[in-house]
Ligand binder design. Structure first.
Ligand code: GDP
Ligand code: ZN
Length: 458
C-alpha cells in the first residue's frame, strides 16, 4: 500500500483561468498548511474551503492567492486526505506553487496515479477507473454521458451479474460431483447448462454489438468528404465546422500534417480526418484508382459524397459511386440554386438506397436535412443511448470477445455431450475473462499499464 503524498496540476495545461493543484496522501494537509498563510488547515473541518496566500519559502513573498479545499479521507476520491489548491495566476504561478509543494516533501504523481489510488483503496473498480480515463478524453457531450454512465457502474453491475450466473452454474456442478448423496440438490443437466450458457452468450453478444457505437462516440465517426473538383467539398466542410460546435483537440506532439477536425452534429461526433488525403479528395480515383481509393474509403465510418446539380453526371462520378458501393455514405446534390443538369433519377438508382440530400451550400440551404440524415445514419438500428450499456474501451471489447469464445467452447462441448466437469472448465475461463473487465483477476502489471495511460493529475 502506498503511503507517500502525491501532487500534480490536475487541470489541463493552458486551459481556463483557474488551475488546480491537487495533493493526496497522509501528508497532504500538513504540507498545504506549511505553505499557506490563512486559516490553520490542520484544524479545518473536512470538505471546507479557505481563502489565503501561498508563501514562497525562498523569498518569503506571496507566490499566489488561492482557495484551498481540505477534504479528509476516506470520503474523498482517493479515500486519502486530499487538498485542492485553486490558483488563478496563470501557468508560471501554478508551476511555482507545485515546486513549493514538492520542496515540502510531496512527490510528483505519475499519470493516472490519483485514479489508481482510488482503485487500490477500493473506491472504484477497474472499469469505473477506465471510465474516468474515457471521461478525460471524452470529446463530445454524448461521449461524456457514455463515460458517465459507465462510471455509474452500469457495465460493472451487468458483468457482475453475468459472472454470478456462471458461478452458480459451476457451483451447482461441483455440488453434484462432491456430494452425490444430496438428493435435494437437483442434478445439473446438460439441458440446464445449455440454457444458462446460451443466456450469458446472448448478453455478451449484445454488449459487443453496441461496442462499435461506443468506440465511435469516443473517437468520432471517421468522415471523408469526396467529390469532383469544385462541387463544394470545402464549402461543406466549412459549413459543418461553423454550424456546429467545433471541438478543439490537443493531439500531443502534432506538428505535422495530421489535421483532425471534430464537429458535433446533433450529438454525433464527426471526425473529419485529413491524413491520407481522404478528406478533400478532389481526384482520389484519378490518383490511385478505384480499388485503392475504395480501400482508403473503407476505413471511414461515413462518406459524404458531393455532386454538382449544375453539371451532368461524369465518368468520374460513376467511378466514385463504384468506390463507395456497399459503404456507409450520403449523396449530397449541391448547387441546387443553379439550373438542374444532373440526372437525379440516375443518381438515386446509383445511390442504392443511401440518403440523397439536396443542398445549396452557398445559401446554407439543405443543411438541416443533411444533419438529420447524418444523425439518422448513425442512430439507425435503434441505438438508444438511454437504455444500453456501452462498452467503449478496447480492452473490454477484447476481453468480452475472449469470454464469448470460451463460452462457445463450452457450448460446443455441450453439443458433443461431454461430461459437465469438463465443460465447466470453459465456463470458469469465461468467468475469469469477465472478471478481468472489472479488475477482479487483473494482474499487477496490467493495472500499472492501465493507469499509466491516464492524464497527469487525474
Ligand atoms: P471543392 O473544390 O469541391 O472543395 O468546392 P468548393 O467548396 O471550393 O466550391 C467551389 C465553388 O463553388 C466555390 O466558388 C463556391 O463558392 C461554389 N459553391 C459552393 N456551393 C455552392 C452552391 O450551393 N451554389 C453555388 N452557386 N455555388 C456554390
Ligand atoms: Zn476544396
Amino acid at each position: 500500500m502506498e503511503t507517500d503524498t502525491i501532487t500534480a496540476i490536475s487541470t489541463p495545461i493552458g486551459e481556463g483561468a483557474i488551475a488546480i493543484v491537487r495533493l493526496s496522501g497522509p501528508e497532504a494537509i500538513r504540507i498545504a498548511d506549511e505553505l499557506f498563510r490563512g486559516k490553520d488547515l490542520r484544524s479545518a473541518d473536512s470538505h471546507t474551503i479557505h481563502y489565503g496566500k501561498i508563501i514562497d519559502p525562498e523569498t518569503n513573498e506571496v507566490a499566489e492567492e488561492v482557495m484551498i479545499s481540505v477534504m479528509r479521507g476516506p470520503k474523498t476520491f482517493t479515500r486519502e486526505d486530499v487538498v485542492e489548491i485553486n490558483c488563478h495566476g496563470g501557468m508560471v504561478a501554478v508551476n511555482r506553487v507545485l515546486e513549493i509543494i514538492l520542496s515540502k516533501g510531496a512527490r510528483l504523481a505519475e499519470p493516472g496515479e490519483f485514479t489508481k489510488r482510488a482503485f487500490l483503496n477500493g473506491r472504484i473498480d477497474l472499469s469505473q477507473a477506465e471510465a474516468v480515463m474515457d471521461l478525460i478524453r471524452a470529446k463530445t457531450d454524448k461521449a461524456m454521458s457514455v463515460a458517465l454512465k459507465q462510471m455509474d457502474g452500469r457495465l460493472s453491475s451487468l458483468i457482475s451479474r453475468l459472472r454470478q450466473e456462471l458461478l452458480e452454474t459451476v457451483a451447482h456442478v461441483e455440488v453434484n460431483i462432491d456430494y452425490p448423496e444430496y438428493d435435494d440438490v437437483e442434478e445439473m443437466s446438460h439441458e440446464m447448462m445449455r440454457k444458462k450458457t446460451k443466456e450469458v452468450h446472448n448478453e455478451i453478444e449484445q454488449l459487443l454489438e453496441v461496442a462499435k457505437q461506443g468506440k465511435i462516440l469516443r473517437e468520432g465517426l471517421a468522415t471523408a468528404i469526396i467529390g469532383r473538383p469544385n462541387v463544394g467539398k470545402s464549402s461543406l466542410m466549412n459549413t459543418l465546422v461553423q454550424e456546429n460546435k467545433a471541438i478543439v483537440t490537443e493531439v500531443a506532439g502534432t506538428t505535422r500534417d495530421i489535421i483532425e477536425e471534430y464537429v458535433n452534429v446533433r450529438g454525433v461526433p464527426l471526425k473529419l480526418v485529413d491524413t491520407a488525403g481522404i478528406r478533400d479528395t478532389e481526384d482520389i480515383v484519378e490518383k490511385i484508382g478505384v480499388e485503392r481509393s475504395r480501400k482508403v474509403l473503407t476505413e471511414s465510418d461515413l462518406i459524404l459524397f458531393v455532386l454538382n446539380n449544375n453539371e451532368v453526371l461524369s465518368d468520374e462520378d460513376i467511378k466514385l459511386f463504384e468506390a463507395v458501393s456497399g459503404l456507409e455514405y450520403i449523396v449530397i446534390i449541391n448547387k441546387t440554386d443553379l439550373p438542374n443538369k444532373l440526372n437525379l433519377e440516375k443518381v438515386r438508382e446509383l445511390a442504392e438506397g443511401n440518403p440523397v440530400i439536396a443542398t445549396a451550400l452557398i445559401n446554407e440551404a439543405g443543411v438541416d436535412e443533411l444533419e438529420a440524415a447524418i444523425a439518422q445514419t448513425f442512430f439507425a438500428g435503434e441505438i438508444d443511448t438511454g437504455d444500453l450499456t456501452y462498452v467503449s474501451n478496447v480492452r473490454h471489447i477484447q476481453l468480452l470477445k475472449q469470454a464469448k469464445k470460451a463460452l462457445e467452447d463450452a457450448m460446443a462441448s455441450l453439443e458433443m455431450s461431454m461430461p459437465l466437469d469438463i465443460i465447466q472448465i470453459d465456463v470458469t475461463r469465461t468467468w475469469e475473462f469477465l472478471g478481468e473487465i472489472i479488475g477482479d483477476t487483473a494482474s499487477d502489471s496490467l493495472i500499472d499499464q492501465l493507469f499509466s495511460q491516464f492524464c497527469l493529475g487525474k
